[in-house]
Design a protein around this ligand. Structure first.
Ligand code: MG
Ligand code: MG
Length: 271
């Protein structure tokens, strides 16, 4: 069942999403060679609690940490550990926060030092596909329209779109209906309506779309050992159009990146 959010609830969800955005912005300054993912996890937990929220993943389905930390060939759900990050790595950081009864859920793949051009391109195309998908999350469109757009964009570059893991509705639960696959057929699936809030999150592999799972019961990695990228935003349908609740602005501020990629999805200044 799809839960529709009121305008007031969407504002509460924006608050939760922005705590995650700020957490990622804080982490952006800390991601560098030699740092362990467990250290970053503890920083994030403290930061989230200091902002009056609770880590959204910690204890959810018995996940042991605040962040999902998935380097290189890990797709998602990696568990923080004491292995230091190395020059040339990428690290996908997925973070959740719960405040006022609503979840934020938001992810970014960071470069550790200087990464290879082909890996940079994987990150760029995956992030582009996120916005290509978000553009389709509008009144009258369907779940398949978002998935189709993301899949087309990524496969045109020869990348693999993970099938087994999908985006999702978001609200008082971390995972609500509908499921939001990153592949699909135009005009198929549930229809979008005003007040829906979803997490759109392409998980894109440089090589095969196939994945495997580690014996830890969590970590998902690419079947061919090639890198994988993951970017995620929380988006509401407001006035029929997609409106971002999360933002990469804090990450970009930290990294000194200028971008207008979010402009068309910002909350309208007109009330
Ligand atoms: Mg997430
Ligand atoms: Mg998610």
């Amino acid at each position: 069942m799809i839960t529709i959010k009121t305008a007031e609830e969407i504002e509460l969800m924006r608050e939760s999403a922005l705590i995650v955005s700020k957490t990622l912005g804080m982490l952006a300054a800390e991601v560098k060679p030699g740092v362990t993912t467990l250290y970053l996890d503890k920083l994030a937990e403290t930061f989230i609690r200091d902002h009056g929220a609770v880590p959204g993943f910690l204890g959810l389905y018995d996940f042991p940490n605040t962040l999902c930390m998935s380097p290189n060939a890990q797709v998602v759900h990696g568990i923080p550990n004491t292995n230091p990050l190395q020059e040339g790595d990428i690290i996908s950081i997925d973070c959740g926060a719960l405040k006022n009864g609503f979840y934020g859920d938001h992810a970014y793949t960071f470069e550790v030092g200087e990464v290879k051009p082909e890996v940079k391109k994987l990150l760029q195309i995956t992030k582009e596909s996120l916005y290509v998908g978000i553009r389709e999350f509008r009144l009258g469109n369907r779940v398949g329209d978002v998935g189709y757009a993301i899949q087309k964009h990524c496969e045109s570059h020869g990348y693999g779109v993970v099938r087994e893991l999908v985006g999702h509705g978001l609200g008082k639960k971390m995972h609500e209906d509908p499921e939001m696959p990153n592949y699909g057929r135009r005009g198929h699936g549930k229809k979008f309506v005003e007040g829906m809030v979803v997490a759109i999150e392409p998980m894109i592999n440089m090589g095969t779309h196939r994945i495997k799972q580690l014996r830890d019961g969590w970590t998902i990695l690419t079947a061919d050992g090639k890198p994988s990228a993951h970017f995620e935003h929380d988006v509401a349908i407001v006035n029929g159009k997609p409106e971002l609740l999360s933002t990469f602005a804090y990450v970009y501020e930290t990294l000194g990146i200028t971008s207008d990629e979010e402009r068309e999805f910002k909350k309208s200044a007109l009330v």
